[in-house]
Design a protein around this ligand. Structure first.
Ligand code: F6R
Length: 608
């Protein structure tokens, strides 16, 4: 997720000021590097966010139009060379991009053959050179842009500009949001309306496969096949902060709602359905050492460690490789027995959690291969591990991790296929997992569409001070995750428990004021979970069941029921956690608490 902002006007405003002020409100979308191009003044880029860019932009940097960008790195480290705007060979065409160009390798090879020189590791740079290539035959910026867009695969929200036509900016959308701002003698392009709102409230949202051209006085929209589009402008009532949250009240809800898109982004270019395999380019550098690994030790903290536990079940059952999950804060103090045949796999959204980082360093000291599943590109854990897989979940702003957790489990499923196929997993088994993964985004969406029911349930139980979450096998870590979300956001007592452990202690707590949320979807543990629920009901404990769609019997046994779509057992946590995230969100909201910034917690825990 990156932020794009572009401006063209004839009102005498300095585009540099408009763009730089606007970038500030897009900082939530990315802050690895920033850049600005004004045809009349040039191109300035820097690692870091807007404050760094301000320091670098000279006073005389002025113009009537320009494009600007904030980057959240996906391909390539957050360096100046990888920052946007990217330029063609001549410096005449400039482009900013949010998304991922999937066929960049083949396009790059073709363009290199015709003499194009690339100066960055960014997939975006390919697109601007492609426009340059088409300019040779088309001799027209708009036609060249359209021809290039018709050749790329992947996702994009872009804005591009040609130095010799400074008034005109071209935008396009495929999977990444683009909104046009329609002002009086000025027009805007942005990733969301927040930077546009100080100037105009009249906007047009582009849809996938649409291209727009803006000049100070006009805008035009057409499809990739050049057919014209007419869309009436809308009036935005939100304020800038609401716009950043996509109209949602909190970042947490926005991030939960991004679930389907996040899973798609995590899978993009990695799933080889017909071969029943996964392509994980980031692990290539680990090569032969990875094939020799006979054991994986996952190191992670909090929510990331629960993703690791789900991964343990996936990898042991389907890839037949022993896995242990160690809490980052314990690992380096316990004299772990590991060697060069062990892979220490760190899972971290921020890539900066000190305990996880120190566990990686401990693994290195003991000769292990170190791997990472990290969301923040270029973060310390990403840099210090030998190889890894990025989540591509986009920045997570809300302190409580939600979308990153979905993405971490999705990567672990890909890793299971990848390692499994090296260790005897059949193509058919791989294909079954691949097909089920592909179906997940639509299934998550179904759960999200039903969120009012979860909100009503949170309201119903709002007076309760204690909650138990139970699950088994793949869903035992999900029970822990449901509990951590509720306690960190609502400051009440919530416990996760493997349902089979109830009889060894926790069941003593159960009475009519102590509700249990039971994950009881149709899987290999269903019958056992039903017995556990009976034991709770016999002690008058209220039970909320998280059950599979179509399971009408369960409703007769429990007090309340939430339904989720079915999937294969190993992927069920990716669906089952979503209602629990929503439950914790609505519960804390109902209590009037600061959902995005719970007390005593920080997003990135860089202290011991
Ligand atoms: C809980 C939560 C934390 C993090 C943990 C690890 O909602 O967000 O438990 O999961 O602090 O953080 P990362 O993944 O950044 O290493």
């Amino acid at each position: 997720m990156c932020g794009i902002f572009a401006y063209t006007g004839s009102k005498g405003k300095n585009a540099a000021t408009v763009l730089m002020d606007g970038l500030l409100s897009l900082e939530y979308r990315g802050y690895d590097s920033a850049g600005i191009f004004l045809p009349e003044s040039g191109n300035v880029k820097t690692p870091g966010a807007v404050t760094e860019l301000r320091k670098k932009v000279p006073k005389e940097f002025k113009g009537k139009s320009g494009i600007a960008h904030l980057r959240w790195a996906t391909h390539g480290e957050p360096t100046e060379a990888n920052a946007h705007p990217h330029s063609d060979c001549t410096g005449q065409i400039m482009l900013v991009h949010n998304g991922i160009i999937e066929n960049f390798k083949e396009l790059k090879a073709r363009l290199e053959k015709t003499g194009h020189i690339f100066v960055s590791d960014s997939d975006t740079e390919i697109l601007v050179h492609l426009v340059e290539e088409h300019m040779k035959s088309e001799n027209d910026f708009e036609k060249a842009a359209l021809a290039a867009l018709n050749e790329v695969r992947g996702t994009y929200g872009i804005a591009m500009q040609y130095k010799h036509e400074p008034e005109r900016i071209i935008a396009a959308r495929m999977g990444s949001p683009i909104v046009l701002g329609l002002g009086d003698k000025e027009h805007f392009i942005a990733s969301d309306p927040s930077p546009i709102l100080p100037h105009t409230r009249t906007v047009v949202f582009l849809e996938d496969g649409e291209v727009a051209v803006i000049t100070p006085d006009k805008h035009r929209i057409f499809k990739l096949d050049s057919t014209g589009v007419h869309r009436s402008p809308e009036n935005i009532e939100w304020n800038a902060e609401e716009a950043q949250k996509g109209g949602y009240e909190h970042f947490m809800l926005k991030e939960i709602m991004e679930g389907p898109e996040v899973i798609e982004n995590t899978l993009r270019g990695r799933l080889v359905v017909d071969k029943g395999n996964a392509k994980l380019g980031g692990l290539e550098s680990a090569g032969a050492q990875l094939e020799n690994v006979d054991r994986i030790v996952v190191v992670a903290c909090g929510t990331a460690s629960y993703a690791g536990l789900v991964g343990e079940y996936m990898l042991e059952e389907h890839a037949k490789i022993p896995v242990e999950v160690e809490i980052g804060s314990e690992f380096r103090y316990k004299k772990p027995v590991i060697n060069e045949k062990t892979a220490v796999l760190a899972i971290s959204q921020s890539g900066e959690t000190l305990d996880t980082l120190e566990a990686v360093r401990e693994g290195k000291r003991r000769g292990a291969l170190t791997l990472g599943i990290v969301n923040a590109v270029g973060s310390t854990i990403a840099r210090e591990t030998d190889a890894g897989v990025y989540n591509h979940a986009g920045p997570e702003i809300s302190v409580a991790s939600t979308k990153a957790f979905l993405s971490q489990m999705t990567v672990l499923a890909l890793l299971t296929m990848f390692l499994g196929r090296l260790r005897g997993m059949t193509q058919e088994e791989g294909q079954e997992i691949a097909r089920a993964l592909k179906e997940l985004p639509a299934k998550v969406q179904r759960i999200l569409d039903n969120r009012q029911k979860i909100e009503a349930l949170a309201k119903k139980y709002i007076k309760n001070r204690d909650f138990l979450f139970i699950g088994r096998k793949y869903n035992y870590p999900v029970a822990y995750e449901g509990a951590i979300k509720l306690k960190e956001l609502s400051y009440i007592h919530a416990e996760g428990c493997g349902a089979g452990e109830m009889k060894h202690g926790p069941i003593a707590m159960i009475d009519e004021n102590f509700p249990t949320i039971a994950i009881v979807t149709k899987d290999s543990m269903y019958e056992k979970m039903i017995s556990n629920i009976h034991e709770i009901k016999a002690r008058k404990g209220p039970v909320i069941a998280l059950a599979s769609e179509g399971d009408s019997d369960i409703a007769k046994l429990v007090d309340d029921c939430l339904y989720v779509p079915e999937t294969i057992e190993m992927l069920s946590p990716i669906l089952n956690v979503v209602p629990l995230q929503l439950f914790a969100y609505y519960f804390a909201k109902e209590k009037g608490l600061n959902v995005d910034r719970p007390r005593n917690l920080a997003k990135s825990v860089t202290v011991e």
